[in-house]
Write a protein that binds this ligand. Sequence first.
Ligand SMILES: *Cc1c(COP(=O)(O)O)cnc(C)c1O
Length: 409
Amino acid sequence: MKINPNFTLLPESYLFSTVAARLRDFKASNPDAEVIRMDIGDVTLPIPDAAVKAMHAAVDDMAAKSTFHGYGPEQGYEFLRDAIAANDYRALGIDISPDEIFISDGAKSDLGNLGDIYSDSCIVAIPDPGYPVYADANVMGGRGGTERDGRWSRLVYLDCLPENGFNPLPPDAHADVIFLCSPANPTGAALTKAQLRQWIDYALSHDAIIIFDSAYCAYVASTDTVRSIYELEGARRCAIEVRSFSKTAGFTGLRCGYTVVPRDIEGVDADGSRRPLRKLWLRRQTTKFNGASYIIQRGAAALYTPEGKAQVAANVDYYMKNAARIRTAMAKAGFETTGGVDSPYIWAKSPLFSDSWALFDHFLSDLHISCTPGSGFGTEGEGYIRLTAFNTHELTATAMDRVLANAKG
Ligand SMILES: *Cc1c(COP(=O)(O)O)cnc(C)c1O
């Protein structure tokens, strides 16, 4: 059996294992040091109570013959798709219908699986730095070309730099599929409405599609950005929106997300005929996916009740208090920072360090704070670190006191 040759092209991913190894080594040689984790890429608060109650009731449904649920609809239960359409879209004046919503076991799966419905000849554009799935899944699908110094020959890179406020604008080059993430992981930057307008115009004029990763939409606070790309005219014809309950409601371990494929969005077949992507994605999901768990979907639906909404908002608010504290302290200590306004991530660079791992080591050895080196998210991440707002208020405050004391000393 010959393996998919694209896997041999992919370099190993050492980022998180190297961070973990350096932390282990440091703790072994400094057993008394109290290391504060600001590299946590996962939520830490428990599931909102409304969802917990709904899931308990759903377990009881499974235990009785009259309410047992076996295989569910591949696209997801109507009760959840209706709640999403009403609350995440109609409430904002956006026209998305329940049959354009596909429930899944999370955004990461969908972001990778969408590659099934576009050609391996497509030119794919991805942000640099960016969420690693965009590049790696497309390399597995044969769209990477060859790798050199951390860049793939067939991918178009959208550089997120201080010069553009870490928000890339459309390139001169052509792309067929564009991955955008806003608010972004790892930089925390959010595209403005005017910038997104340019992207939609680019996609429509290039007959391209935008895959809009909106995993952090619940953190949006600025009025000049969007929670959904469909807030903008024309997006229904060019954008697929991918969302998740992971960062919004702590579902990282429960697994639930959804993808919106509007009826208006089309691709071109080998004969040049236009075909609706929604039908392709439905075919893909009904063939390879048997639906998310009934219990988890009941939990997700409960997030749209008044109690659920209030509990989600309280959790987001908890993290955003940390984000504000980190942003302010880091800036005061002389770091160049972005993010932390519409996102639980703060992206930071020091005038004293040009290398991400050197800055990581400084944080760990001198401040006893762990973070994530930005170079792990792409070549343009070099020099930066990512700090996350997922720790407690107390430990976040202590960590920032250390940063400020070090800056003074
Ligand atoms: C965490 C994250 C996801 C993945 O979400 P899941 O639903 O847990 O798979 C997707 N995109 C970005 C940018 C993320 O940070």
